[in-house]
Design a protein around this ligand. Structure first.
Ligand code: PLP
Length: 348
């Protein structure tokens, strides 16, 4: 048991379940660049059905899903309003600018959750010499704000007002199923007003690879062209789609357990001297805590924990992120807490 590594770095580290492996091995496949992969076509139809939209597209990563969605709804020199700690701005290589030719317009928001008044202030005046605002990109759950969730009413209001202002709205819904589990709502109802939605199969849902873009037929056809432009045309991708279908079917059922385990971690961490966290602010499967009071540097603590086979991630010099997922159990979380307590107590 002592050899076991407890990997809390991200929910991306999950490995395909036996059922997923079987489905992958047995998948019917064809060439998807010819639109002939039956399993991929089934996955896309299923994702569209779950989100009650016309169409969906499989993409190799969430980053490509966000980029293709942005490129499909903007032209060069335009602006995309996004939250300052958001994934599209901080963790995607500046691709919207580097490849899409658009500027991110950054707005910081408490807990990563933008409200309409903040967005409204960032919309450019319509004059020919200003870059024009084209798109608003929201993130739900918000990763770096600690897995925070948009109230659905607020998301709807932002979409309605953005549309009134002539803007499109994209949802980086990498963890939209986590938000749905927290709210006890349905992803289709939560996201119905967005023009494009990206969600990850490869996180809490447990698939090894892939994300989906969901939206209108017209949007999806534009995204398909952009995916090819970006080098993301895939051939017998049905082996991945088979895992994606299992992930859509089985994944959401496991997420409430991940959220309970995150609560156990948050409440346990709050009791360890030198750690600050408010467990009431933890809504989903991401737990970010501060170690400022300990005087420790976070990369040092991450290193010490790694030696004890607990993997975590440094967010910045004083904050650490841990993420629960289907490959860590409640017992793993309790073990991790004990080890974090011992390492903090040792005064490293
Ligand atoms: C993980 C993630 C993505 C996409 O990441 P990939 O590694 O490119 O699949 C996008 N947005 C958020 C908020 C994420 O957490």
């Amino acid at each position: 048991m002592d050899d076991r590594i407890i990997d809390l770095r991200s929910d991306t580290v999950t490995k395909p379940s036996p059922a997923m492996r079987r489905a992958m091995a047995e998948a019917d496949v064809g060439d998807d660049v010819y639109l002939e992969d039956p399993t991929l076509n089934r996955l896309q139809a299923r994702a569209a059905e779950i989100f009650a939209r016309e169409a969906a597209l499989f993409v190799p990563s969430g980053s490509m899903g966000n980029l293709a969605s942005i490129m499909a709804q903007t032209t060069k020199g335009q602006e995309v309003i996004c939250e300052a700690a958001g994934h599209v701005y901080n963790y995607e290589m500046g691709s919207m600018s580097a490849l899409g030719g658009v500027l991110p317009r950054i707005v910081p928001a408490e807990d990563g959750i933008l409200v309409w008044a903040q967005i409204a202030r960032a919309i450019r005046e319509k004059t020919y010499y200003r870059p024009q605002t084209a798109l608003v990109a929201l993130e739900n759950t918000h990763n770096m704000a600690g897995g925070t969730v948009y109230p659905t009413e607020l998301a709807h209001e932002i979409c309605d007002k953005a549309h009134d202002a002539g803007l499109k709205v994209h949802l980086d819904g990498a963890r939209i199923f986590n938000a749905a589990a927290y709210l006890h709502e349905d992803v289709a109802a939560m996201t119905k007003k967005f023009d494009s939605i990206q969600f990850c199969l490869s996180k809490g849902l447990g698939a090894p690879v892939g994300s989906m873009i969901v939206g209108s037929k017209d949007l999806i056809e534009r995204c398909r062209v952009i995916r090819k432009l970006l080098g993301g045309g895939m051939r017998q991708a049905g082996v991945l789609a088979a895992a994606g279908l299992v992930a859509l079917d089985e994944g959401p059922k496991h997420i409430p357990t991940d959220h309970e385990n995150a609560q156990i971690l948050a409440r346990g961490l709050a009791k360890i001297p030198g750690i600050q966290i408010d467990p009431k602010k933890v809504q989903t499967n991401i737990v970010i805590f501060s170690i400022t009071a300990s005087g420790l540097a976070s990369d040092r603590l991450v290193e010490r924990l790694k030696q004890r086979k607990v993997l975590t991630g440094a967010v910045d010099p004083t904050r650490i992120r841990v993420v629960t997922h289907r490959d860590v159990s409640r017992a793993d979380c309790e073990d991790a807490l004990r080890i974090i307590g011992e390492v903090m107590g040792a005064g490293y």
